[in-house]
Write a protein that binds this ligand. Structure first.
Ligand SMILES: [Zn+2]
Length: 144
């Protein structure tokens, strides 16, 4: 995706703290090659345009030497526990590197392992939430 915008100031430290926490457990993230990119567009470049399609984890090289968490800027309109839940879940995908429905549960397991908090699914949006209310475990059939 082209045209990234800065990470909102209030989320720079929390993002770095999450990265550091994951770096303690994930070799990929420990290499320091994971970036957060924020896009002003409404949709993700894979066509994800649903209300809850706000983030994706992307391996920029085939062997995952560089990886990116890409988010659309409207993510930051959600409550803080949702922003942190989404970021932790996406970092879980990068740490885990698996695919399919099981990958979603594994991403949440990583987030729990690293942060000590379960990822819940918040409100009717069913977006990830860290330290907030919501369903646990992940409802079946959700995309992302
Ligand atoms: Zn996911």
């Amino acid at each position: 995706m082209n045209g990234s915008v800065p990470i909102p100031k209030a989320y720079r430290k929390p993002w770095r703290a999450l990265l550091l926490a994951f770096a303690g457990w994930s070799p990929l993230i420990a290499k320091g090659r994971v970036r957060l990119e924020v896009y002003a567009s409404r949709c993700l470049d894979d066509g994800g345009c649903a209300h809850r399609s706000v983030a994706q984890a992307v391996y920029s090289t085939p062997r995952g030497e560089v990886a990116t968490v890409q988010v659309v800027s409207r993510l930051f309109d959600f409550p803080r526990h949702v922003v942190l839940g989404v970021l932790a879940h996406e970092l879980g995908h990068l740490a885990d590197e698996s695919d399919g429905e099981e990958a979603e549960l594994r991403a949440d397991a990583w987030a729990l392992w690293v942060t000590g908090s379960p990822v819940r699914y918040w409100s009717e949006d069913q977006l990830q939430s860290l330290g907030g209310s919501g369903k646990w475990p992940r409802p079946r059939g959700l995309h992302r």
